[in-house]
Design a protein around this ligand. Structure first.
Ligand code: FCB
Length: 427
């Protein structure tokens, strides 16, 4: 296989850390948890805040680790006082990674907005953009000597849509105008943070989620184009300087979801701030039919069953669509470098997880095929290093290379962990 030079695994702060202590502020996901809106509470998760040394030990042999910083550990209310204890935790963790030969790839925003900022409108309020830039400044000042790869935002579509249009994720809002305002401000803050994070020589990019789609029949082409615009182009186009896609803007205007008034002079240039790499999170693709809900909000329709098979999230297994999507991104946007910032599968098979090995093998082959055809894919991160709190699904969906017993916090590497570590060692 023509593997990317950087192979690692990923997690995010809320999903693994626990540790609501040492001055940490409340995030919107803590609130969602407190309100009983998750299948399991998030107070402890994988207790990584206390067990990070054990977890770093298990990362030995990986090239890189993608983690996120909890904004509420660094600035408990989002804007005011810096909590030195929070920064110290990340410094200890990153020192430990570097001592173990693992390069940290650090995400600034993996959805856990300080509740204090949500109380002032959250990402629908343009002031949150400035708050994020300050947060980026504080973090790069504290950790920029150690961290060389930064990811601004994780999955803006999911954050904006599931959190503010569908309302199933925190903060639980159901309003199109709010959702599109959130998306714009998240993208704007990405662009404004890029030069800040580069100040100390770091490489910077966003982690965009994608959902490649295909029309069920030739009659479904128009619905498919609309879905692709809503789900993919609305984010990829502005990041690469193409502005918002005109066809989708028109639809949103007609439906009263968007009048463009929150896009101020200079915003589109800021969003298109040159990035060093494009992070792509890939799990599945989707078939689109005219008139189906999927063409609007991205619900995955139940498919015909195996083959090709589904993971326990109900996501269709479509590795070929990853190769095609990477080739398309290369053709249409020409990023200097692409990193698969997440790819993985949910299976509750315990440590004998051959199905996860198969999924990862197929997707690494898909990445390898893209590289063979000249697409610059330079990194790949498995989601996830360990079983963790899968947002509203709690502990029921297990994506880890490492099994976690959530009663005892015992870590048990799965067959996929050994397979992946050997693959890295023997490449
Ligand atoms: C992505 C998220 C990540 C994890 C995986 C399964 O959407 O970025 O935190 O939940 O899905």
């Amino acid at each position: 296989m023509n593997l990317p030079p950087v192979l690692g695994a990923a997690t995010s702060a809320f999903q693994i850390e626990g540790g609501r202590e040492d001055g940490k502020g409340q995030s919107i996901w803590d609130t969602f948890s407190d309100e009983g809106r998750l299948a399991d509470r998030g107070d402890i998760a994988c207790d990584h805040y206390h067990r990070y040394q054990e977890d770093v030990e298990l990362l030995k042999g990986f090239d890189a680790y993608r983690m996120s910083i909890a904004w509420t550990r660094v600035l408990p209310d989002g804007v005011g006082e810096v909590d030195q204890k929070g920064l110290d935790f990340y410094r200890r963790l990153i020192d430990e990674l570097l001592d173990s030969g693992v390069a940290p790839w650090v995400t600034l925003f993996h959805w856990d907005l300080p509740q204090a900022l949500q109380d002032r409108g959250g990402w629908a309020n343009r002031e949150t953009v400035d708050a994020f830039v300050r947060y980026a400044e504080v973090v790069v000042e504290a950790l920029g000597d150690l961290v060389k790869n930064w990811i601004t935002h994780n999955e803006p579509w999911v954050y904006a849509t599931l959190g503010h249009i569908e309302g199933v994720f925190a903060p639980g809002i159901t309003d199109w105008q709010t959702g599109l305002a959130v998306a714009h401000h998240v993208l704007l803050s990405h662009g404004k943070a890029v030069p800040v994070l580069k100040q100390r020589g770091g490489s910077v990019g966003p982690a965009l989620d994608c959902r490649p789609s295909r029309p069920a029949t030739p009659d479904d082409e128009a619905a498919n184009t609309h879905f692709d615009g809503f789900r993919n182009r609305w984010y990829f186009d502005p990041v690469f300087g193409k502005g918002y896609p005109a066809d989708i803007e028109e639809t949103y205007r007609e439906l009263g979801r968007w009048d463009g008034s929150l896009v101020q002079a200079g915003d589109l240039d800021s969003i298109a701030s040159p990035i060093d790499f494009l992070g792509i999170n890939y799990y599945t693709s989707i078939e689109i039919r005219t008139g189906s809900q999927e063409s609007d909000v991205g619900k995955v329709a139940p498919g015909p069953g195996p083959p090709p098979g589904y993971t326990e999230m109900g996501w269709e297994i479509t590795p070929a669509a990853l190769t095609e999507f990477l080739q398309r991104v290369d053709r249409e946007y020409s990023p200097a470098s692409i990193v698969i910032t997440e790819n993985g599968a949910s299976y509750s098979d315990g440590v004998e997880d051959q199905r996860r090995i198969d999924y990862l093998q197929q997707h690494l082959e898909a990445v390898s095929a893209a590289r063979d055809s000249g697409v610059p894919v330079d990194g790949y991160f498995v989601w996830s290093l360990m079983d963790n709190l899968e947002w509203v699904s709690g502990f029921t969906q297990r994506f880890g290379l490492i099994d976690i017993d959530f009663d005892t916090q015992v870590r048990s590497p799965k067959a996929s962990y050994h397979w992946y570590r050997d693959l890295i060692a023997n490449r």
